[in-house]
Write a protein that binds this ligand. Structure first.
Ligand code: G3I
Length: 321
């Protein structure tokens, strides 16, 4: 265990600092989690397919393990997520009528609301906005079944069934202006009925397509919504997710760009800390990152602790300011 400073201590006057966890890393990285983080998000275990079997019966075991660990250690749990186009049994949902799907989500929200009472917030809808800048909504089974205004329907259901929770809309590539404008359009619609309590900025960013100015602009534009911000899934992957090159081929300049972007992101978040509830990195150590096998199977570095659990350069850049 390194003698590095504690992230949650360094940021205690700014915002909560969190990480995505799964059952594998919970055992291996318990000491790092306890030292550095005061909020956790289940990387998979609280998604619909993480909580249910293909026959839709519940299997709470994996989520319970993380939830109980967090509660026993005074760590907050972010609920992730209720409605998404992944982490579900798409074919099963496709076979349902609109009414059956609404009944399923009613039961789902009631069940998770009852069982995970200490989950403070839920990413109610995740990634509804299309990556096609000329489009608006992503084509998903939820949209096909519930209609183009499905996100309104789902948030109304959540407000009715889990009224004590902070309801969040969560999305990525929010540093791209066209997509950010669409996210803001959707959030404003939710605001008209008082259905949303916070905006989730995933902050999966990279050195090729995102600059420090893009990050600053994103926080400035989202701050105008008058809602708290949850920064939910931070990582800065090297090699960039579309690059099959081995990690060993990354240059010192690229590594410096990665560290500098982490530094810029956390400096911007400190600047906007009055509206930021929490900042969560999407994994404890590099070997946990989804980016190791998202498009290419190869080792990557993306997080604040390397594959051996030691602080990365980014860790020092965001804690020495
Ligand atoms: O554990 C199950 C196993 O029991 C099952 O037999 C197998 C069947 O495919 O799946 C296993 O689950 C895998 C799960 O991770 C747990 O390791 C899934 O295959 C795999 O798809 C899943 O990947 C996760 C992905 O979301 C999809 O849910 C990644 O770990 C996770 O990092 C990624 O996180 C998402 C956020 O939720 C939303 N924003 C984007 C982000 C990156 O894609």
């Amino acid at each position: 265990m390194s003698n590095a400073v504690s992230l949650k201590e360094v940021y205690k006057d700014y915002f909560k600092v969190g990480t995505a966890v799964n059952n594998r890393c919970l055992d291996r990285d318990k000491d790092i989690i306890l030292k550095h983080f005061n909020t956790v998000t289940c990387e998979y275990e609280m998604k619909l397919a993480g909580l249910r079997r293909p026959d839709l019966t519940f299997d709470f075991a994996n989520a319970d393990k993380i939830y109980n660990f967090a509660n026993e250690n005074g760590i907050e749990v972010r609920g992730h997520n209720l409605v998404w186009h992944q982490g579900i049994y798409t074919e099963v949902l496709e076979s349902m009528t609109k009414q059956q799907l609404i009944e399923l989500m009613t039961e789902h929200m009631r069940t998770v609301g009852e069982r995970y009472k200490k989950v403070v917030c839920w990413d109610v809808v995740n990634e509804a906005i299309s990556d096609d800048w000329n489009g608006f909504l992503r084509d998903t089974v939820w949209r096909r079944k519930l209609g183009d205004d499905y996100y309104m329907t789902v948030f109304r259901l959540a407000r009715e069934i889990i009224p004590d929770k902070t309801l969040v809309y969560n999305d990525f590539n929010e540093y791209e202006e066209p997509k950010r404008n669409n996210i803001i359009k959707l959030v404003k619609q939710l605001k008209t009925e008082g259905l949303i309590d916070a905006v989730g900025m995933q902050c999966h960013i990279n050195i090729l397509y995102c600059t420090a100015d893009d990050i600053k602009r994103s926080f400035e534009e989202f701050s105008k919504l008058g809602l708290p911000i949850h920064v939910t899934e931070i990582d800065i992957g090297l090699p960039e997710m579309n690059d099959p090159a081995p990690l060993s081929s990354m240059t010192q300049e690229q590594r410096e760009q990665q560290a500098s972007l982490y530094e810029a992101l956390f400096a911007t978040m400190r600047e906007y800390s009055s509206i930021i509830d929490s900042a969560t990195v999407w994994g404890v150590r590099d070997s946990q990152s989804w980016l190791n096998n998202f498009r290419f199977e190869r080792e990557c570095t993306a997080l604040l602790f390397d594959k051996d659990g030691q602080p990365t350069e980014a860790f020092y850049r965001i804690t020495q300011f």
